[in-house]
Design a protein around this ligand. Structure first.
Ligand SMILES: Cc1cc2nc3c(=O)[nH]c(=O)nc-3n(C[C@H](O)[C@H](O)[C@H](O)COP(=O)(O)O)c2cc1C
Length: 151
């Protein structure tokens, strides 16, 4: 049976919203007996992304649809592109409407050729949006299974 062994969740968060999404993902993954390493970008030793079955990257969006500088720096430090990246993030439609909403999620997903649409959460995921997180994660795991990650 398909079994994921180990995943990493790397995220950048200023005010905690993206971190909350990361925490929700961690809890759900661990409930499925999946080992999860967490890395808050800029703190501690950067993990080797190429050692993981799946890589989750989380970012908020900044400055008219921009990817935060720290996230770009992180991507530069990775030196290469893992082919198993899934992207999530938090944003706010008040900063430019649908056009700029969570644009960094789309940009990162494109950069890593992620085969699955990124997860976009308006501000904090707590409350009604928690369902979006679990639904998205289900989709990711199905997608990964389809790619035969760790058979
Ligand atoms: C100066 C500023 C600019 C922002 N620009 C955007 C933007 O262009 N698009 C967007 O979706 N959200 C934008 N946001 C909203 C943040 O992405 C949102 O508050 C997010 O939840 C912050 O994530 P964090 O709590 O993980 O730091 C902006 C927020 C600030 C303060």
């Amino acid at each position: 049976m398909f079994q994921l062994m180990k995943v990493v969740i790397c995220y950048l968060s200023y005010s905690g919203n993206t971190e909350e999404i990361a925490e929700l993902l961690k809890v759900q993954l661990e409930a499925d007996d999946i080992d999860v390493d967490m890395y808050c970008i800029g703190y501690g030793v950067m993990p080797n992304l190429f050692e993981y079955d799946l890589v989750f990257l989380g970012t908020f969006t900044w400055d008219k649809g921009s990817t935060p500088e720290e996230m770009k720096e992180f991507a530069r430090e990775v030196e290469g592109k893992p082919n198993n990246v899934y992207v999530f993030g938090s944003g706010d439609t008040q900063f430019g409407g649908d056009e700029l909403y969570c644009r960094a999620v789309d940009k990162l997903a494109r950069f890593y050729n992620s085969g699955y649409p990124g997860l976009k959460i308006e501000q904090s995921p707590r409350g009604s949006q928690e369902k979006l997180v679990s639904k998205w994660l289900e989709g990711v795991l199905e997608h990964a299974e389809g790619k035969n990650v760790r058979t």
